[in-house]
Design a protein around this ligand. Structure first.
Ligand code: ADP
Ligand code: MG
Length: 509
């Protein structure tokens, strides 16, 4: 199924209402027209335009509330995530334009952003979907200077960033990316999820070293993994929701930085430049250019978000811009980037898998039932209700012939109806008819036996195949375990690990 990228725009409220405010118009909540200030207009190559238009799925003006943004942007994405599709929501914009405000929110519960609202929504929804059994896991990482770190590792509270274990990436034979040194936490309710988010944000803040003074220089990826099993059909799925707060998109020429900071700025700009290159390459491929190679691997962030950008994922971008003319060049660059992103589309599919063990169990039960039925038949089938009725009828004294000849076909139909319990009694008028009925029954039983035997053969072949698949799966997982155990400093998944740190619980509303 094709899924067009959706791009939303959010304008940050202006600090002052002076002449410094950006001049713009919003049309039908979908189009932003920016009136270009003179210095910008004359700086443009083709400077005969006074304004520029940009189209979006929806434009949120300066007054839009957190709730309004959440309902419009996130609800449809999360619904498809709950149905088994991968999804990504990422915020892009210059530092101070409202990315973190949009994704995480401000200090108060009322001003919470998309991530905490998404957690509430997910837990509310899975409570309603009683046909499914769900498990939810959360991980939270930060990418900083081309290194990724776990934000849910408690030990990071006591150690400086330089001593943190870096998250390691490796790719398997099927090009799937696996991460080491990233903890995954099972999460049973909304509060546990919010505690994890707060712990991650807290670790991100306290990790401030001279190298990492501002969160605007790092990218953050909050990932919710959902395992859902349909209890009625043995099908399960695993879907991932990435909620991404990118580093500030400002250009290096503007960030007047030196030394270490310059180095950081380069990395940030580099990874966002690589993000742009990936988007351009994907755009060209969409327009029919022969682009086999998409440069995902140039940066860690694009490698990690490979599926979100050009794979099996429903992707949504929220562009955030300031409403001041001082920032107009950065805002225009964000707006231009968003238009390129809006042209992309991904091919998405439900990440379904069959619960092999449940299928094997069901097939084994079916097989046992069939074997029992077969044995009963082989014993003479005396216990079947149909036979009993026939026997009773046989004991009755019947005339030799009713005088009205009845065809074999009619008898066959009658017997079939009787055996299928569509008629309560087998109306037999003569011994001759009784004999014909027995003949018809014998024929029917033989046909059904043949069907049973075919079905049994089919089932045992199926069972054999499942056995093979299960053996292969076991071999694969023991191979992966061996691989993981071979590097002792690395732990892959530490599930069920809940943080010790207690955060203020949300007030009851
Ligand atoms: P970014 O993450 O893009 O660097 P922030 O989200 O930290 O920017 O926003 C900078 C400041 O502006 C914060 O104090 C934030 O609370 C405030 N802010 C951002 N967007 C809005 C908004 N839509 N409404 C009110 N305040 C906002
Ligand atoms: Mg921020």
């Amino acid at each position: 199924m094709k899924s067009q990228f959706e791009v939303f725009l959010r304008l940050k409220p202006s600090n002052n209402q002076s002449q410094n405010a950006m001049q713009y118009q919003i049309y039908q909540n979908k189009k932003l027209q920016v009136l270009l200030p003179k210095h910008v207009k004359f700086g443009m190559i083709n400077n005969n335009r006074d304004n520029l238009d940009f189209n979006f799925t929806h434009v949120f003006d300066q007054k839009s509330s957190q709730e309004h943004v959440f309902t419009n942007v996130t609800t449809p994405v999360i619904n498809s995530f709950l149905d088994g599709y991968n999804a990504t929501i990422f915020a892009y914009g210059q530092t101070g334009s409202g990315k973190t405000y949009t994704m995480s929110g401000a200090e108060t519960w009322q001003l919470r952003g998309i991530i905490p609202r998404a957690l509430s929504y997910i837990f509310d929804e899975i409570d309603k979907r009683t046909k499914f059994e769900y498990k939810i896991y959360i991980s939270f990482m930060e990418i900083y200077n081309e290194n990724a770190y776990d934000l849910l590792e408690k030990r990071h509270l006591e150690t400086p960033l330089e001593q943190w274990n870096k998250i390691a990436l490796f790719e398997d034979d099927q090009n799937n990316i696996h991460l080491k040194n990233l903890s995954i936490h099972q999460c049973n309710n909304e509060q546990e999820g919010i505690d994890l988010l707060m712990m991650g944000n807290f670790i991100r803040q306290v990790s401030s070293t001279p190298m990492n003074q501002s969160s605007s220089r790092s990218h953050c990826i909050f990932t919710v993994t959902l395992e859902g099993c349909d209890t009625t059909s043995e099908t399960c799925f695993v879907s991932k929701l990435h909620l991404v707060d990118l580093a500030g998109s400002e250009r290096i020429s503007k960030s007047q930085v030196e030394g270490n900071l310059l180095n950081e700025a380069k990395y940030i700009n580099l990874s966002l430049t690589y993000l742009e290159q990936v988007i351009i390459a994907l755009n060209e491929r969409m327009k029919g250019a022969n682009r086999q190679h998409i440069p995902y691997r140039n940066s860690l962030m694009t490698t990690l978000l490979k599926d979100s950008l050009g794979g099996n994922c429903k992707t949504v971008m929220i562009a955030t811009i300031s409403s001041e003319n001082d920032n107009i060049e950065e805002s225009l660059s964000t707006l231009r980037f968003s238009q390129r992103v809006g042209q992309l589309e991904n091919e998405i599919r439900r990440n379904e898998k069959v619960d092999l063990e449940a299928v094997v169990k069901r097939l084994e039960q079916e097989k046992l039932a069939l074997i029992r039925e077969l044995e009963q038949y082989q014993r003479g089938g005396t216990s079947t209700s149909s036979n009993k009725k026939i026997q009773q009828q046989q004991q009755n004294v019947l005339p030799q012939s009713s005088g009205i000849p009845i065809s074999q076909k009619e008898i066959q139909e009658k017997v079939e109806l009787y055996l299928n319990e569509r008629i309560p009694l087998l109306d037999v008028k003569s011994i001759e008819e009784t004999q014909k009925c027995f003949e018809a029954m014998k024929d029917l039983y033989n046909t059904r036996m043949k069907e049973y035997v075919t079905e049994l053969t089919f089932i045992s072949e199926k069972l054999q195949k499942y056995d093979e698949i299960l053996t292969r799966k076991k071999e694969q997982s023991s191979f992966l375990e061996q691989k993981e155990n071979s590097s002792p400093e690395i732990e892959v998944y530490r599930r069920n690990e809940s943080p010790q740190i207690q955060f203020k619980k949300r007030p009851n509303q």
